[in-house]
Design a protein around this ligand. Structure first.
Ligand code: MN
Ligand code: MN
Length: 314
C-alpha cells in the first residue's frame, strides 16, 4: 500500500500549485482514507468580528510550508495513514440552522467510512453538528476543548445555535461525557462572576488560563490522558485560546492567553488517546495581517494528525 504524500518543495515550489491542506491530493469521498482534512467556511455563528468563512482557505494556503515529518516528536503520519483533503462543506451562508443540518449530513456521509475527520474552521458553531454525527457513530465522546471561552451560553439573541452555545447543546444532546470534558485556557471578562461554574456544575473540568501561565502543560495532559483512558475522544481547538500576541486573527480575542509552545504541549499530550475527530476553529484571516494565525492553525492541525491512533513514530 502506498500512502498519499504531500507534494514536495523540490517537485513544485511551495508557493506554486493548488493550495490543498499540506499539498495533499484531494478526494471526492472518504473511501479508503484513514484521516481527512475538511473545511467548514462558516462565520454565520460569530458574535463579534466576522471573517472565519475565509479560515479554511487561508489555513490551506499557509499549510503549504509544512513538511511531512514531525522532527520534534518522531511522528511519520504519511508513512502510517492514508490522508487526503476532501474539500469544504457547502454551507448555506444565509441560514445557520440549515447550515448546521448541512454540516451534520456531510459528516454523517463522511463517517460511513472508517475515517478520522480533521476540520478546518469556520466558527465554533460548526462543532455542534460535527459532534452530532460523531456521537451518532461513536457514542458520547471524551472532549479536550481548548478555548478562551467556555461556549456554554444557552442562547444568543434567542438563537440556540451560535458559536457561544456549542458545548451547552453538546451536553444537552448527550454528545459528550461531562466527567471526561476538559476545558483549557478559559479567561476574559464575564457576564457574571460564576461564568465558568455552569461547566463545573455539569462535571466538566475547567482549567482557566491563569492556572496555565508560566507552566509546562505536559503534566496536565498526562492527568487528562489517564482519566480518559481508551474512551473515544474528540479535540476541539479554538485558536483564540492562544494569546492575541500569537494568534491575533480571530473574532473574539482575549488577553492573557496560552503560548504557542503550550498549544503544542496540549496537542502532543493527546498522543495515546483514542481520537475519533478533531477541529481547529475561529481563524479569521481579515484580522490576521501577518498570516501567523493561519500558519499556527495549519501547524496545530498537522500536530493533531501526528497524534492520531495508528501513526508510527521513529
Ligand atoms: Mn470557541
Ligand atoms: Mn473562543
Amino acid at each position: 500500500m502506498s500512502f498519499n504524500q504531500p507534494l514536495g518543495g523540490n517537485e513544485m515550489p511551495r508557493f506554486g500549485g493548488p493550495a490543498t491542506m499540506m499539498r495533499l491530493p484531494t478526494a471526492a469521498t472518504a473511501e479508503g482514507l484513514n484521516a481527512c482534512f475538511i473545511g467548514v467556511p462558516l462565520d454565520g455563528g460569530t458574535s463579534y468580528r466576522a471573517g472565519t468563512r475565509f479560515g479554511p482557505r487561508q489555513i490551506r494556503a499557509e499549510s503549504c510550508l509544512l513538511r511531512p515529518f514531525n522532527v520534534a516528536t518522531g511522528a511519520a503520519p504519511f508513512e502510517s495513514l492514508q490522508v487526503a483533503d476532501v474539500g469544504d462543506v457547502a454551507i448555506n451562508t444565509f441560514n445557520l440552522p440549515d447550515t448546521a443540518r448541512r454540516i451534520r449530513e456531510a459528516y454523517q456521509e463522511l463517517l460511513r467510512h472508517p475515517v478520522i475527520p480533521l476540520s478546518l474552521g469556520g466558527d465554533h458553531s460548526m462543532t455542534y453538528p460535527i459532534l452530532q454525527a460523531i456521537a451518532e457513530k461513536h457514542g458520547p465522546v471524551a472532549l479536550v476543548h481548548v478555548d478562551a471561552h467556555a461556549d456554554i451560553g444557552d442562547a444568543m439573541f434567542g438563537e440556540r445555535i451560535a458559536h457561544g452555545t456549542t458545548f451547552r447543546r453538546c451536553y444537552e444532546d448527550n454528545l459528550i461525557v461531562p466527567e471526561l470534558t476538559f476545558q483549557i485556557g478559559l479567561r476574559g471578562t464575564g457576564y457574571s462572576l460564576d461564568d465558568f461554574n455552569w461547566s463545573r456544575g455539569k462535571g466538566f473540568t475547567v482549567v482557566p488560563a491563569d492556572e496555565c501561565w508560566d507552566k509546562k502543560l505536559s503534566p496536565l495532559m498526562e492527568e487528562i490522558r489517564s482519566k480518559i483512558g481508551d474512551r473515544k475522544a474528540y479535540i476541539s481547538y479554538d485558536i483564540d485560546s492562544l494569546d492575541p500576541a500569537y494568534a491575533p486573527g480571530t473574532g473574539t480575542p482575549e488577553i492573557g492567553g496560552l503560548t504557542t509552545a503550550q498549544a503544542l504541549q496540549i496537542i502532543r499530550g493527546c498522543q495515546g488517546l483514542n481520537i475519533v475527530g478533531a477541529d481547529l476553529v475561529e481563524v479569521s484571516p481579515p484580522y490576521d495581517q501577518s498570516g501567523n494565525t493561519a500558519l499556527t492553525a495549519a501547524n496545530l492541525l498537522f500536530e493533531m494528525l501526528c497524534v492520531l491512533p495508528g501513526v508510527k513514530y521513529a
